[in-house]
Design a protein around this ligand. Structure first.
Ligand code: NDP
Ligand code: OXD
Length: 328
């Protein structure tokens, strides 16, 4: 069955059931305090019974998940919808999911503005030599660096979805030349758009700073490799805010040490927390943040999920439905 058909079919079932039968929501989220989520979901959906999943729990209609265990889906094969409380579904799609369930991810829910502020501060910090000024001031030196031309710092944004498009447009407001790359063509004001594998090289050679906001899929795993990163203009700078498995760690280190890249800001890693013996910790040209560029905001997320549950109950289609085949 197609995804739209699944959504409509499920929504018809819920519509028929909702007035008489309370429905069950099962919450299964790693590293998340469940209590405020349960309270928020219950307050907005009083007809729902909301509980934290534990082995042997009652069968639920809807799951709210983040990095759940396979056991959860093995025990809940009847689920009709799975709401992921993040934008990226790479961890979820590694599991065997009930084939009839629609998978819905967060769309923005307060993350896009956070991502825009994080990336803009990083590009501006790099462009204005603010790290070098901070070092000099700490050492008691009053120094000046020659101002750079904005035209010398074209920024390439990989992924022009909900987050990438917001980031690209925020960068354009600061008058950086902005390139964008997506799977299918996207038209955005003030952004030079490239799409598909055929235009990847043109996109890379046109960019000096590279911002990664792709979903992690079989097509994008290891995409930040030596071949692609070495196509960036000399002195290139990488900002990876998507997933650690997009990046080939040794290739980044080699290109920084050769001088082709001037540095990187990394928010995501293959293993999180980043292991203490990982060489990224000791590379002075790499700045690390602990997967914090855009945090899930509980109230915004609950409001979005509740709105979509209501829409499904009214028989309306919702956005943010993941294509399991495409991987995002
Ligand atoms: P979207 O699904 O809205 O956007 C994905 C974009 O990537 C689309 O433009 C899509 O192209 C493009 N894309 C996908 N596959 C390819 C490909 N093979 N080649 C070229 N372009 C491709 O995702 P979001 O913007 O909501 O989120 C992006 C990612 O950001 C998440 O998957 C997650 O990994 C990461 N993230 C990180 C956070 C953090 O704190 N570090 C927080 C939140 C998200 P098209 O437009 O043609 O579909
Ligand atoms: C997400 C994330 O995908 O937090 O939302 O990384």
């Amino acid at each position: 069955m197609g995804q739209l058909a699944q959504v409509l079919c499920w929504s018809v079932i819920l519509k028929l059931k909702a007035p008489v039968t309370p429905f069950q929501i099962s919450f299964c989220c790693a590293n998340t305090d469940p209590e405020p989520w349960l309270a928020g979901l219950h307050a907005a959906l009083p007809q729902a019974q909301v509980s934290v999943w534990q082995p042997g729990a009652v069968a639920a209609d809807i799951a709210v998940v983040w990095q759940p265990l396979q056991q959860f889906f093995d025990e809940q094969p009847q689920l009709k919808a799975i709401f992921n409380i993040g934008a990226g579904v790479d961890a979820l799609l590694k599991l065997r999911l009930p084939p009839q369930a629609v998978v819905v991810r967060l769309e923005d829910a307060g993350m896009a503005v956070q991502m825009a502020e994080y990336v803009c501060q990083a590009v501006i910090r790099h462009f204005r030599d603010l790290n070098a000024y901070a070092d000099d001031v700490r050492a008691g030196h009053w120094t000046y660096y020659k101002p750079r031309q904005r035209s010398d710092l074209p920024v390439g944004v990989m992924g022009l979805g909900v987050l990438g498009a917001r980031v690209a447009q925020a960068l354009a407001h600061f008058e950086f030349p902005v390139n964008g790359w997506s799977r299918t063509p996207r038209a955005l004001d003030s952004v030079r758009s490239f799409s598909g594998a055929a235009q990847l090289d043109d996109f890379l050679v046109s960019s000096r700073v590279l911002v990664n906001l792709l979903p992690l899929t079989p097509d994008t795993t290891n995409i930040l490799n030596r071949d692609h990163l070495s196509r960036l203009q000399p002195g290139g700078y990488l900002i990876n805010v998507a997933r650690g498995a997009h990046l080939v760690d040794d290739d980044l280190l080699a290109l920084i040490r050769s001088g082709h890249l001037s540095g990187a800001l990394l928010d995501v890693f293959r293993t999180e927390p980043l292991p203490v013996n990982h060489p990224f910790w000791r590379e002075p040209k790499i700045t690390i943040t602990p997967h914090t560029s855009a945090r899930t905001l509980r109230e915004d997320s609950i409001a979005q999920i509740v709105g979509k549950i209501d829409a499904l109950q009214r028989g309306q289609a919702v956005t943010g439905v993941v294509s399991v085949a495409r991987g995002y």
